[in-house]
Design a protein around this ligand. Structure first.
Ligand code: GDP
Ligand code: MN
Length: 388
């Protein structure tokens, strides 16, 4: 039809039509974008995503497309403290973080243990990733109960905690672990070359695609400490901790940040601790924050007081109190978009469309954030300036 109507045009009208066609062609070539043209030739990723696991739908967020190589990387590592007997749970955790994040980003791993990792542990972990994996042994004096602890006193407090059915109350190795995570992991020779770390434990779950680089996010936004779950601590494990924190703060007022988060961790202006802490089995943080004079002095002060052994001070309240006091509030960050589970508690993304964007496997209605034991609503009110 169209052709027929062209041929039936008068001789005079044909050059005019040719001119119009050329002008249109010139206009469209001027806007020609070779990328969008190529995109027309390849099938949309959705069409073959069911056949090929590695192909991602172009699931964009404000951090950029997931299927392009990362534009920049941070000087960062995963760090995992584990025993040889934790192998199965560690395999599960690494498989999930690889699938949900690290197969695109290739951040290295540092595994630490108070005993040498056996060959089976090393080989079963190493096949899970293309990234660099290093296995380290913890120096004896970074792990064992120091000689200035009176073992008789420590033992009677352990017995008191066992009688009171306090979780891990009778365990010395658990106390070694808490002290190591409080004061030593960032000093291990394998960690020295890094600035940022992401702590992972055996048997945790990553429920959502992590379509951005949390390390780069931390760096770009000048953060020092990132968390996903915040909750109340068992008071019986830290009975004298706050008194010691107050003593330290009085001795070293210069270490307290001007815009700190005291209001988040204390309901009465610092008189008492309200037990809120960041659950440290997940941490994305700045190693230099722990290496700096404020935290070094704080850890040494607490270590000398002996509460890691006489009581059962956890690395979670120790890290959290330090982050709340020695950093400004803008340097602490809640990662809503990282769906994370350390049994029995899960943080499942709820803000905006984070849950759908992350293709999360968790149920947003079973979210620890909404449980009475969570401190997240207090954190949000604190950050929004609506805490009375
Ligand atoms: P919970 O999360 O407080 O219940 O404690 P976990 O048992 O999960 O221990 C915390 C972390 O320390 C995990 O990464 C464990 O693998 C690790 N861990 C605990 N005790 C020991 C230990 O005696 N030796 C080593 N190498 N790792 C330990
Ligand atoms: Mn654990």
């Amino acid at each position: 039809m169209a052709l027929k109507s062209v041929t039936s045009l008068s001789r005079g009208a044909r050059p005019a039509l040719l001119l119009v066609t050329l002008a249109l062609l010139w206009l469209s070539l001027r806007n020609f974008d070779p990328e969008s043209f190529r995109a027309l030739l390849v099938p949309h990723p959705k069409l073959y995503s069911t056949q090929c696991e590695n192909v991602q739908a172009p699931n964009q967020n404000h951090f950029g497309p997931v299927d392009t190589a990362p534009a920049r990387r941070a000087n960062a590592t995963f760090v995992i403290l584990a025993r040889n007997s934790d192998l199965a749970g560690t395999v599960n955790s690494i498989k999930e973080i690889e699938d949900r994040f690290n197969r695109r980003y290739q951040y290295p791993y540092v595994f630490l243990n108070d005993e040498p990792f056996d060959e089976k542990f090393k080989s079963r972990i190493s096949i899970l990733t293309d990234a660099k994996v290093e296995f380290g042994v913890i120096p004896r004096d970074h792990w064992n109960q120091p000689e200035w602890i009176d073992e008789g006193v420590a033992k009677s407090w352990r017995e008191w905690m066992v009688a009171g059915d306090i979780i891990y109350g009778g365990s010395v190795s658990y106390r070694n672990m808490c002290r190591f995570n409080s004061g030593f992991f960032f000093r291990h020779p394998l960690m020295e070359k890094y600035r940022w770390y992401w702590r992972i434990e055996p048997d945790v779950h990553f429920h959502c695609d992590i379509n951005f680089d949390p390390f780069v996010f931390m760096e770009e936004h000048k953060k020092v400490y990132g968390f996903t779950i915040t909750m109340f601590e068992y008071e019986a494990t830290i009975m004298s901790l706050w008194d010691n924190v107050r003593e330290f703060a009085n001795m070293y007022p210069e270490y307290i940040a001007p815009d700190n988060s005291l209001e988040f961790i204390s309901d009465d202006g610092g008189e008492t601790y309200n037990l809120c802490h960041f659950w440290s089995n997940f941490e994305i943080a700045d190693l230099d924050f722990w290496r700096a004079p404020a935290y070094q002095a704080f850890f040494e002060f607490l270590d000398y007081k002996g509460g890691f052994y006489y009581e059962r001070w956890g690395d979670a309240p120790v890290h959290s109190i330090a982050a709340a006091l020695f950093a400004n509030r803008s340097q602490l960050h809640f990662f809503d978009e990282i769906g994370y589970e350390h049994p029995p508690y899960t943080h499942c993304p709820k803000r905006g469309n984070n849950w759908a964007k992350g293709r999360c496997t968790c149920d947003p209605e079973e979210n620890f954030d909404d449980f009475p034991g969570s401190c997240l609503s207090r954190w949000e009110r604190f950050i929004n300036g609506t805490l009375s």
